[in-house]
Design a protein around this ligand. Structure first.
Ligand SMILES: *Cc1c(COP(=O)(O)O)cnc(C)c1O
Length: 473
């Protein structure tokens, strides 16, 4: 039974908060004042609170459940980061306050840029982009501006077929033509696949390493050499850095431009369209093209905005990025330090390999290489049983786990990213639930087609839910 909607509970005269009545509460000209009351439900405060609290209990979240959603890094986010980002000196800043009134926030921005530069092996960062895809667009506009500045505009961007969908979309938005690099059976990008596609009209290659199959691109140095030989730039999709922290750096692999999703690796709760941050880092030769303004430290130690940047691609966002996300990432990095970051990545890699190994007889890995922070698994006997990976994803909800990513980057796969924040007990319990599902498939003992059976709502038509969004009935 669904709880009644607030509209259904509405009774004239009820209200949640009673404000004192004043004669003229706001100095608003009469013609701009509302003549008729807004058509909102009238309910008491206690009923509003109960309504939303009851609904919230139907949610899956990292704070309530293990959430191994591959590529999305749903790690637990320490609450101290929330505390830091909500400090009044940060939370109550107005974005139009001059830098001289916001030296603490300016220092945080400046130092976070330095720390990300150190982690990624890049020379300069901008914190403006509001998400990963926005960072990709920023990076592609920088690539376009850099080629234009050399007097040789270029038209093509190479993107592997397994890339995150935002990669070709961002390159296209920046005006490039997309050339798809096909995947190889071993899951790696090979120089001889790239060679015939790259030429003097190639502006950039967009890659992620480890790639979306969770394996490390062993030929990256050779591919970087080939790209640079043709004058193309190497773009790194660092949405997910969980395998790399303190272990290796995109800058050292030859990448010229990177974006990083602070909301994934650096501990901001995300999903459901909440705010993110997709900072972009570049090598020195591309720094003049970064968005303006840029944070700088003056000789007296104070911080200010540098606006006079003639080659900059301009502003990518109003004001200075999603500052509360920046504050969380800063707190997270400072709390862990270099050794802590390295330990986090090591644990993330070990956890993914542990799951891969423990499940290999039922869910064999797509490639037999060691995986990095996530593993891509296939399912035995699915077709014979007339099932799809979606049925597994739905059934695992019944056992109390968020579903892994499915059917991407290849058909019929499950992409599992356990993250470093889970205990061995949690991983073992998940492995045992996955083995139960495997047994249900083998013995056809359960109607997986109709799972989930023990959730507030049963199987939903996801396409219809996205295309015909009706929230009222
Ligand atoms: C999440 C992700 C993106 C996109 O990031 P958003 O913040 O959702 O725009 C891009 N690439 C990869 C590999 C990702 O996992």
């Amino acid at each position: 039974m669904r709880p009644p909607l607030l509209n259904e509970q509405s009774k004239p005269g009820l209200q949640a908060v009673a404000f004192p009545v004043t004669n003229d509460p706001v100095d608003l000209p009469a013609e701009h004042r509302r003549q008729t009351p807004a058509p909102l439900p009238e309910v008491a405060e206690v009923d509003v609170v109960r309504h939303f609290t009851i609904l919230s209990k139907d949610n899956f979240s990292v704070d309530t459940h293990f959430y191994p959603l591959g590529s999305c890094t749903m790690k637990y986010n320490p609450k101290v980061n929330e505390y830091v980002s909500a400090l009044p000196g940060f939370a109550q800043l107005h974005p139009l306050q001059p830098a001289s009134h916001a030296q603490g926030a300016m220092r945080l921005i400046f130092e976070l840029e330095q720390m990300l530069g150190e982690i990624c092996g890049m020379d300069a960062f901008t914190l403006q982009p509001a998400a990963g895809a926005h960072g990709e667009l920023t990076g592609m506009l920088i690539a376009r501006a850099a080629h234009l500045a050399r007097g040789k505009p270029r038209r093509k961007v190479l993107v592997p077929s397994s890339a995150h969908g935002t990669n070709p979309a961002s390159a296209r938005l920046a005006g490039f033509q997309i050339v798809t690099v096909p995947g190889a059976p071993d899951g790696l990008l090979h120089p001889d696949q790239v060679a015939p596609l790259i030429d003097e009209d190639t502006a950039a290659i967009m890659l992620t390493n480890p790639n979306t199959l969770g394996v490390f691109e062993e030929h990256i140095l050779e591919i970087a050499r080939m790209a640079h030989e043709k004058g193309a730039l190497l773009y790194y999709d660092g949405a997910n850095l969980n395998a790399l922290l303190g272990l290796c750096r995109p800058g050292d692999m030859g990448f010229d431009i990177v974006h990083v999703n602070l909301h994934k690796t650096f501990s901001t709760p995300h999903g459901g369209g909440g705010p993110g941050a997709g900072p972009v880092g570049v090598k020195k030769h591309l720094a003049p093209f970064l968005p303006s303004p840029r944070a700088q430290q003056n000789p007296d130690g104070s911080f200010s905005w540098q606006h006079n940047l003639p080659q900059s691609i301009g502003k990518m966002r109003a004001f200075h990025g999603n500052f509360s996300v920046l504050a969380r990432a800063y707190a997270y990095i400072r709390a862990l330090g270099w050794e802590g970051l390295r330990a986090a990545s090591r644990a993330a890699i070990i956890h993914a390999n542990y799951i891969k190994k423990q499940l290999e007889d039922k869910f064999p890995a797509y490639t037999n290489r060691p995986c990095m922070h996530e593993c891509v698994l296939m399912a035995n006997h699915l077709k014979e049983a007339g099932l799809t990976v979606r049925d597994i994803a739905k059934r695992i909800l019944d056992y109390g786990y968020h579903a892994p990513t499915i059917a991407w980057p290849i058909h019929d796969c499950l992409m599992i990213e356990p993250t470093e924040t889970e205990s061995k007990e949690t991983l073992d319990a998940f492995i045992s639930a996955m083995r139960k599902v495997a047994r249900e498939i083998e013995t056809e003992s359960y109607t997986l087609q109709h799972a989930p059976h023990h959730m507030p709502i049963q199987r939903v038509d996801e396409v219809k839910a996205a295309r015909e969004l009706r929230l009222r009935d």
